[in-house]
Design a protein around this ligand. Structure first.
Ligand code: KG4
Ligand code: ZN
Length: 335
């Protein structure tokens, strides 16, 4: 079965074509990063307008790349939430109009299910069951994954998501937008252990997380350095190192706990922050020590993309899911 996937929840227009026999056939991504950079963050109305401009050309592009006509499609999957409402509307209108014209199902996909399943795009995908750590700009969640569609939330951030904390901390260090990858790059120049940052919510039981305190801790640290007139480039890198180490350490502690709690030996890490190399190193070490295995999406599929939505739709279609009638509402917030 051939499924077109459309992702427009935030600032990337992603379109891809997934075949249940042959895997990913074509994939196109347009990032709006430059459009939003001068505003220091995503401007929702600009995002929607730009998705509108890019959607039709990108659909043509993937069909041409795979050399398949639209009439070969068996379904169209689109992100129905969570995300920016206007941006979600552009992708869902495109998907549902095209599906209606072709007489095929339009499947509403949860953006985080897309992230969660992204490692299954790999040639050596993880087997079920596994624990998933989803770390994106909007979510930080630990999920017990028994099978496709059988997910149990084990814990999540009670405030900022890990990616959001990276972005906000990068802003405090005046690193510009998008902040996460820039902060990670700066941390590589940092002196280890010059500053000691807390590991929030690790000294009590449970799998919930919290990251807003780390951002405040960074602010206090920066103010002290400024007051002492010692906030130079090296000091900024040292702060970045300490912040990243605290996030990575906290996530590692919670992953270990989630694996022990479930008795599972496989960990899947996905979402934008799963591109972080320091996090990958620590989780590799953890799973090696526990005799388990850790799986990440290829770097291109860590952040938002259409391939993960096409895959999630294809797996749902193969599991018997049909077009919902009336179509489900878009959900900017979707637990
Ligand atoms: O999954 P994603 O593309 O979008 C959401 O669904 O939110 O994740 C984007 C988030 C941003 O907060 C970005 O700063 C963060 O992922 N991110 C990183 C890295 N690459 C992306 N954070 C830390 N280190 C990175 N290398
Ligand atoms: Zn995402």
């Amino acid at each position: 079965m051939l499924v077109l996937g459309i992702e427009t929840s935030c600032d990337e227009t992603g379109v891809a074509l997934y075949d249940t026999e042959q895997g990913l056939l074509a994939d196109a991504l347009y990032s709006q990063v430059e459009l939003h950079a001068e505003f220091g963050g995503v401007v929702p109305e600009l995002a929607s307008r730009d998705h509108l401009r890019k959607l039709v050309p990108l659909v043509h592009q993937v069909m041409q790349q795979a050399q398949r006509p639209l009439s070969d499609l068996n379904a169209i999957a689109y992100t129905a939430g969570p995300g920016l409402i206007g941006a979600l509307m552009t992708g869902s209108c495109m998907a549902r109009a095209l599906a209606l014209a072709l007489g095929i199902p339009a499947l509403a996909v949860h953006h985080m299910e897309g992230h969660l399943l992204a490692p299954l795009l790999d040639k050596a995908p993880p087997a079920f069951p596994f624990v998933a750590l989803l770390v994106s700009g909007g979510h930080t969640q630990l999920i017990q994954v028994e099978a496709i569609g059988r997910y149990q939330l084990l814990g999540e951030s009670v405030d900022d998501a890990a990616g959001e904390a990276f972005d906000k901390t990068a802003k405090l260090l005046q690193l510009g937008y998008p902040g996460g990858p820039r902060l990670a790059a700066l941390a590589q120049q940092g002196t280890p252990h010059r500053f000691a940052f807390p590991r929030p919510m690790t000294n009590r039981p449970g799998l919930d997380l919290s990251f807003s305190g780390l951002k405040t801790h960074t602010l206090t640290c920066i103010r002290e350095l400024e007051a002492a007139n010692t906030l130079d480039e090296q000091a900024k890198a040292d702060v970045a190192w300490a912040f990243q180490d605290a996030v990575v350490d906290t996530l590692t502690i919670k992953c270990k706990r989630a694996l022990k709690h479930t008795g599972y030996t496989r960990l899947v890490v996905a979402g934008g922050v799963s591109a972080n190399l320091a996090l990958r190193q620590r989780l590799d070490q953890l799973l090696q020590g526990m005799g388990g295995e850790v799986f990440y999406p290829a770097l291109a599929y860590c952040t938002d993309n259409g391939a993960m939505i096409a895959l999630a739709g294809a797996l749902r279609l193969a599991a018997g899911e049909q077009d919902a009638s009336p179509p489900p509402a878009l959900r900017p917030r979707w637990p």
